[in-house]
Design a protein around this ligand. Structure first.
Ligand SMILES: *[C@@H]1O[C@H](CO)[C@@H](O)[C@H](O)[C@H]1NC(C)=O
Ligand SMILES: *[C@@H]1O[C@H](CO)[C@@H](O)[C@H](O)[C@H]1NC(C)=O
Length: 295
């Protein structure tokens, strides 16, 4: 009887902790410039014009799980604009996992930049040009986060993995609850062709469309101390979150082949190989690369 009720309690804990939904209003709220954000049925549109960009953020913070959104990026001339979808914690030693979509002139490819901040330090940019035109249709963009890895996925294809290398003495982001954010803004000082191409405001408004909002993660109420959230978001005993299953601790063989394909055919920049910027490769690169060459 006793063990039965324990199991029941654990299942109950999981049910309340894991949030998964496709309704914008249930998971998110606008962050600023509310008049630049509109909904029409299941579609949310964010607009950038010469007055303002806009953004939204999750109502809750999370520790671990998977967040997904479907985005149709700005069509036609999107030069100078950046649309971002990311997870971030707060404060000077915050962690952050970024997808940034850098616009381009009509007919030229969007560039997807990813970045990882650990304890307030970023500088881990990678860039790729996608295998499709992301302004023509909705495509899904996801961030999977568990104690072992952070995986960036495009239509479920992994495009980047940031592995936990704590056993090598390298810090891994796993102690701070993170919110989920998106925004569109003018970044024509750097975004397109290194800042050479400026935003052409005669083509405004620039509109990015969203649907398919999903967060399948462990929710961390703001009223609860971080240590308590860490405990309740960790698998223990009969309570196992799906992202802590052994198969989620690294890519499957199929996924690692997909990643190799992406890196070989679509990657246009990797901070790990930028020797002008980093004469000595950042430590995690030495280990990540070692792993890649062995695969
Ligand atoms: C912003 O755009 C509107 C509409 O195109 C235009 O009427 C207005 O003059 C512009 N404002 C500025 C400050 O450029
Ligand atoms: C824009 O297009 C140019 C020319 O094809 C390309 O070199 C660049 O990587 C593209 N992306 C950005 C963000 O400039």
């Amino acid at each position: 009887m006793v063990s039965f009720s324990c199991v029941f309690l654990d299942i109950f804990v999981m049910m309340v902790a894991v949030v998964s939904s496709a309704k914008f209003e249930e998971l998110y709220q606008p962050s600023w410039a509310l008049d630049h954000l509109t909904t029409e049925g299941e579609i949310l549109r964010m607009k950038l014009d010469n007055q303002s960009g806009t953004g939204f953020q999750s109502k809750s913070k999370y520790m671990f799980g998977k967040v997904t959104v479907q985005i149709k990026l700005v069509e036609g001339d999107s030069a100078g604009t950046v649309t971002a979808f990311y997870m971030s914690s707060e404060g000077p030693t915050h962690n952050e996992f970024d997808f940034e979509f850098l616009g381009n002139t009509t007919g030229e490819p969007y560039t997807v930049q990813t970045n990882v901040y650990v304890n307030g330090v970023g500088n881990r940019e990678q860039r790729l040009n996608l295998w499709f035109d992301p302004s023509k249709d909705f495509h899904s963009y996801s961030i999977l986060w568990n104690q072992r890895q952070v995986v960036f996925l495009v239509d479920e294809t992994p495009v980047r993995v940031h592995s936990n290398l704590e056993h090598k003495g390298i810090p891994f982001p796993k102690d701070q609850p993170m919110g989920v954010y998106s925004s569109i803004w003018n970044a024509d000082d750097w975004a397109t062709q290194g800042g050479l191409v400026k935003t052409d405001w005669s083509h405004a408004p620039f509109v990015a469309s969203y649907k398919g909002f999903e967060i399948d993660g462990c929710e961390c109420p703001a009223t609860v101390a971080t240590a308590e959230n860490t405990r309740h978001c960790s698998s223990s005993g009969a309570k196992r979150y799906w992202w802590d299953e052994p198969v989620m601790s690294e890519l499957s063989l199929h996924q690692s082949h997909q990643l190799i394909w992406v890196r070989a055919n679509h990657m246009v920049y990797d901070y790990c190989t930028d020797t002008a910027r980093f004469p000595v490769a950042p430590v995690e690169c030495q280990h990540h690369q070692h792993k890649t060459t062995r695969t």
